[in-house]
Design a protein around this ligand. Structure first.
Ligand SMILES: NC(=O)c1ccc[n+]([C@@H]2O[C@H](COP(=O)([O-])OP(=O)(O)OC[C@H]3O[C@@H](n4cnc5c(N)ncnc54)[C@H](O)[C@@H]3O)[C@@H](O)[C@H]2O)c1
Length: 445
């Protein structure tokens, strides 16, 4: 049976969930405190870049199954299921900031007019779903009201840039759920995924919460592992691509997340690894592995700055650096914790001028760095540059016209932090080239 659903928060996770749940046949009201966002959505405008979402938005709005509101109370009162999908950013000390989740819980309590399942999709530390449950009970008691509800932890695993595909084809759906009644409701909500045999992991809320953090921390560690191997390969004359390929042939390892680069970034891995360390501290359990991953990842970004500086003769004062790619990965406009932020800040601090290009991330980036010249295309960014840093794996940079690039640059120097280009071809065009982990055997051996 289809359900009446309210999704609170229309960011990357909430909006994709809202269009996806509507596409499953549910009746969805999506709400946000950001009036401009909701106004735009009512007019069919997606507030961020995510491939494939526009068509789903139009289809489900036109069918009448999906609507938008800033009136959260109305959305909640009409709903049988309320999804929380607001942000849980990292705080200065690394802990997850749960204040937005807490605000939403207050609003839910005030509008709990019949049995509802409250589903937390936001990434929250162990114990948060139980706290939500207890807080709702306390708020109802304080208001001298009675209403039945269940709280379900349903962490999200989508990847930005592939978010729509991931919503419809998840590797697994995790549901931390403690009552048979809420289990039945969630089975109805996700019946389409059931039909395509998506594995469902039913567990308690604490387990669901930790599955999310453990998964992200593991992937962050895998990236960091291959980055350190790449650094060693580079020093010792080995080729990280062959190493990663051979490692990946081992079924126990898998080839995914074995691509070296400038360090991981994004809205999840950095804050979730930090929060996991804090959770470990709170429970008196050592998370030294994850702490090391965080440190090594920061070091990887600075390593890129040192390599680039070295390529440009050791001093960036008054040099012009071209930066291609600002987002933390391709196919998104999200620059949250992108390696480009720390790397560009270091280049500027060292006295360089920065000319940048990104297919989708420039509007967000220029709000943070008004002093960076954001360029219409890659050649405008390369014009007069003393060197270029390739920071994001956008497809269009893989096929960079090297002849044209060489003609517009002052010095033909490339630091390819994503290993997008073929070193032999680049060098054949007269460039000085460095990638990550693409070592050459020591001379004479
Ligand atoms: N972005 C991802 O790839 C991803 C993947 C998996 C999990 N997550 C997790 O999902 C959660 C949401 O992430 P996101 O990237 O979608 O965040 P986001 O910042 O893109 O979106 C959050 C939205 O919530 C809205 N909001 C804030 N306070 C609100 C309130 N009180 N009521 C209603 N709306 C409110 C904001 O205006 C914003 O539109 C986070 O916990 C994140 O860790 C994100």
């Amino acid at each position: 049976m289809s359900k009446k659903i309210c999704v609170i928060g229309t960011g990357y996770v909430g909006l994709i969930a809202a269009v996806g749940l509507a596409d499953f046949g549910n009746e969805v009201i999506a709400s946000d405190v950001d009036e401009r966002k909701i106004e735009g959505l009512k007019q069919g405008r997606v507030p961020f870049y995510e491939p494939g979402i526009q068509g789903y938005l139009e289809r489900n709005v036109n069918s009448g199954r999906l609507s938008f509101t800033t009136d959260q109370g109305r959305g909640i009162r009409r709903a049988e299921v309320v999804f929380i999908a607001v942000g849980t950013p990292g705080q200065e000390d690394g802990q997850a900031d749960l204040s937005l989740v807490e605000q939403v819980v207050e609003i839910i309590a005030a509008n709990l007019n019949a049995y509802k399942v409250i589903v937390c999709k936001s990434t929250v530390p162990i114990g948060t779903n139980r706290k939500i449950k207890n807080r709702l009970k306390a708020l109802l008691k304080a208001a001298d009201r009675e209403a039945e509800f269940d709280v379900v932890s349903n962490p999200e695993f989508l990847r930005e840039g592939r978010g729509v595909y991931d919503f419809f084809h998840p590797d697994r759906t995790v549901l931390g759920c403690e009552s048979e009644r809420s289990r039945q409701v969630m089975t109805d909500v996700y019946r389409t995924l059931n039909l395509i045999s998506t594995p469902f992991v039913w567990c308690n809320p604490e387990t669901a919460e930790l599955i999310k953090y453990a998964s992200n921390a593991f992937l962050a560690a895998k990236i960091t592992f291959i980055n350190q191997m790449a650094n060693l390969a580079e020093a010792a004359g080995a080729d990280i691509h062959v190493i990663a390929k051979a490692m990946g042939m081992d079924g126990r390892i898998s080839p995914k997340f074995l691509h070296p680069g400038p360090g991981y970034g994004g809205s999840c891995f950095p804050k979730d690894t930090q929060a996991l360390v804090k959770t470990g501290e709170a429970w008196g359990v050592d998370m030294s592995l994850i702490r090391t991953v965080i440190e090594a990842n920061e070091e990887q970004k600075m390593r890129m700055v040192r390599k680039f500086t070295g390529l440009l003769g050791g001093d960036l004062t008054n040099k012009t650096a071209a930066v291609l790619g600002l987002t933390f990965k391709s196919e998104t406009d999200d620059i949250r914790e992108s390696p480009a932020i720390k790397i560009v800040a270091a280049l500027l601090k060292a006295g360089a001028r920065v000319q940048a290009h990104d297919p989708q991330g420039m509007a967000n980036f220029s709000r943070l760095f008004p002093e960076v010249k954001c360029c219409q295309d890659e050649f405008e960014a390369l014009a007069g540059a003393d060197g270029v840093l390739l920071l994001t794996e956008w497809n269009e940079y893989r096929s960079l016209d090297l002849h044209k690039a060489g003609n517009v640059m002052r010095e033909k120097i490339i630091l390819d932090t994503r290993n997008l280009l073929d070193p032999r071809e680049v060098r054949a065009w007269g460039f000085v080239y460095q990638g990550v982990g693409r070592g050459e055997a020591p001379a004479g051996q």
